[in-house]
Design a protein around this ligand. Structure first.
Ligand code: JD8
Length: 399
C-alpha cells in the first residue's frame, strides 16, 4: 500500500517510523511518504495561511499550496513502478465535522492501493480545496472523534496505524486480529499473564484449566458483559433490549435463501471446527431454497439484517411428532438467551395433535445439548439422523 501525508509539521508523523508500522515500511509492506506543505508555498515566508473571508478568529489555509502539493503527490505517486498512468489516491482529510472513523472504515481503506492524507491546521483548509480535489480523486472527510484537536496530524497517526495493521504481514499473527474490540462489534475480553497470584489477586480459574471450550465460552460472555456495561450502543437492539420481540419475524420465502445460507454457514463454522465436517453449512443455495419449501421456516430481521431463524414441520417418519430444526442465532448475538426463545417458539407452533418434539444436533455440540436438555429433551440412543449427530425428543405436556 502507498501512503502520502501532507502537513506543515512533517516531523509530527515521525512516530510512523517506529514499531510495527516502521518495520512494515522497512519490510516493503508499506510505502509511506511525508510531504511538507510549505515546500509548495513559494513566497519568502512560505505562507500557507491567511485571514478568513467574512472575518472571525484565527487563520485559514490557502488553496494554492494545497493544490500544488496534491498535484505533486499524484505525479510522484504515478512515477512509481507498475503504477497506472491515471492512478489517483483516495484522499482522506481529517476534520472534526467528518464522518466518524471506525474499524469498518479502517477495513475498507486497508483494501485501497493508495491513500493520501491532508493534515489541516489553523481554522481549517479553504473549502474550495475539497471541491478541487473531489474533481480529481475520491475524497473522504473523516473525524477521529467528538472532541477538538489543533490539527489533522494526530488523527492521521491514529488512522494510519488502524489501517496499516490490517495489511497482511504487518501484525505477526493475524489470528489476534479476529477477536479484537470493534472487529465483531464486541469489546475485548479481559487478559491476564503470570503470576497466577498477584497482590493477592488471582487469575480466573477457568483460564488455568486448559479447557479451551470453557475458556472460549467465558471469554465470549466477558465480551458481551463488558459491551453491555460500557458500550450498549454497540449491542444490536435484540441483545440490548432483549428478545425476538424486538425483531421482525416473517415466514421465509426463497428470497431469504442467500441470507439463510450465510447464517447457516456462520452457525455451523464452530461445528466444522469440532467435526471437520460442515454439515448444513455445506448446503448450496438450491438446497437452502428446497428447505424453505419443505419446512415452515421463520426468519427474524432487524434493519434488514437476518439475525435468527428456525424451521419446523410434522416429522415425516414419526406420527404426531413435531420436528424442529435449524435453530440459528447470529454468532455475535449468541449467549443472550435467544436460542432458548427460538426453541420455545418452535414448540408453540406445533398443531394440537402433536404429542412429542424431535430435534437433531451434533453429538459434541455441548452448548446446544445443554440448552435442549435444560428444556427437557432427552438424547435418543444411537446415531442421529446424520453422521456425528444425535436425535433428541421430548413429550409434549398438555398446556
Ligand atoms: C483537522 C484544523 C483545528 C478545527 C478550529 C481547532 C479530526 N476528531 C477531531 N477533532 N479535531 C480534528 C481536527 C481539527 C483540525 C483539523 C482535524 C484542521 N483543526 C480546527 C475546527 C475548529 N480548530 C479531528 N479528525
Amino acid at each position: 500500500m502507498r501512503l502520502d501525508v501532507v502537513s506543515i509539521f512533517p516531523e509530527y508523523l515521525a512516530p510512523l517510523d517506529l514499531s510495527l508500522i516502521g518495520k512494515a515500511r522497512r519490510d516493503g509492506l508499506l510505502d509511506l511518504a511525508v510531504h511538507d506543505l510549505r515546500d509548495f508555498a513559494h513566497d519568502r515566508h512560505r505562507t500557507v495561511d491567511d485571514t478568513p473571508y467574512g472575518g472571525g478568529a484565527g487563520m485559514v489555509m490557502k488553496p494554492g499550496p494545497w493544490a500544488e502539493a496534491l498535484d505533486h503527490v499524484v505525479t510522484q505517486g504515478r512515477s512509481r513502478d507498475n503504477s497506472a498512468v491515471d492512478a489517483v489516491p483516495t484522499l482522506i482529510i481529517p476534520g472534526p465535522g467528518g464522518e466518524p472513523f471506525t474499524q469498518q472504515i479502517a477495513r475498507e481503506l486497508a483494501d485501497e492501493p493508495w491513500l493520501a492524507f491532508a493534515c489541516g491546521r489553523y481554522e481549517g483548509i479553504d473549502e474550495r480545496v475539497y471541491e478541487w480535489a473531489g474533481e480529481r480523486m475520491p475524497v473522504r472527510v473523516l473525524s477521529l472523534g467528538d472532541y477538538v484537536l489543533n490539527g489533522g496530524e494526530v488523527a492521521v497517526l491514529a488512522m494510519v496505524e488502524a489501517i496499516a495493521r490490517l495489511l497482511p504481514g504487518v501484525i505477526g499473527n493475524a489470528e489476534s486480529l479476529i477477536e479484537e474490540s470493534h472487529e465483531d462489534g464486541l469489546l475485548e475480553y479481559p487478559v491476564y499473564t503470570k503470576p497466577a497470584e498477584w497482590d493477592g489477586r488471582a487469575v480466573p480459574e477457568v483460564l488455568l484449566g486448559g479447557n479451551h471450550q470453557a475458556i472460549a465460552k467465558w471469554r465470549h460472555e466477558q465480551r458481551i458483559q463488558r459491551t453491555a456495561a460500557r458500550r450498549p450502543d454497540l449491542l444490536p437492539p435484540a441483545a440490548a433490549t432483549g428478545g425476538l420481540a424486538e425483531l421482525e419475524e416473517r415466514i421465509a420465502t426463497p428470497a431469504d435463501a442467500p441470507d439463510l445460507q450465510v447464517l447457516t454457514r456462520a452457525c455451523w463454522a464452530p461445528e466444522f471446527a469440532r467435526y471437520g465436517m460442515f454439515g448444513a453449512g455445506e448446503e448450496d443455495l438450491e438446497t437452502v431454497r428446497d428447505g424453505i419449501q419443505e419446512w415452515d421456516t421463520r426468519v427474524w430481521r432487524k434493519d434488514g439484517k437476518l439475525l435468527a431463524s428456525l424451521r419446523v414441520r410434522p416429522h415425516p417418519e414419526h406420527e404426531a411428532t413435531w420436528q424442529i430444526g435449524r435453530l440459528m442465532v447470529a454468532p455475535y448475538l449468541q449467549g443472550r438467551g435467544l436460542g432458548r426463545e427460538l426453541l420455545s417458539y418452535a414448540e408453540s407452533l406445533a398443531p394440537e395433535d402433536v404429542r412429542s418434539f424431535w430435534l437433531n444436533t451434533g453429538a459434541k455440540s455441548t452448548e446446544n445439548l445443554r440448552l435442549y436438555k435444560k428444556a427437557g429433551y432427552r438424547v435418543r440412543p444411537g446415531e442421529g439422523e446424520f453422521p456425528g449427530t444425535v436425535d433428541l425428543t421430548k413429550r409434549r405436556v398438555a398446556t
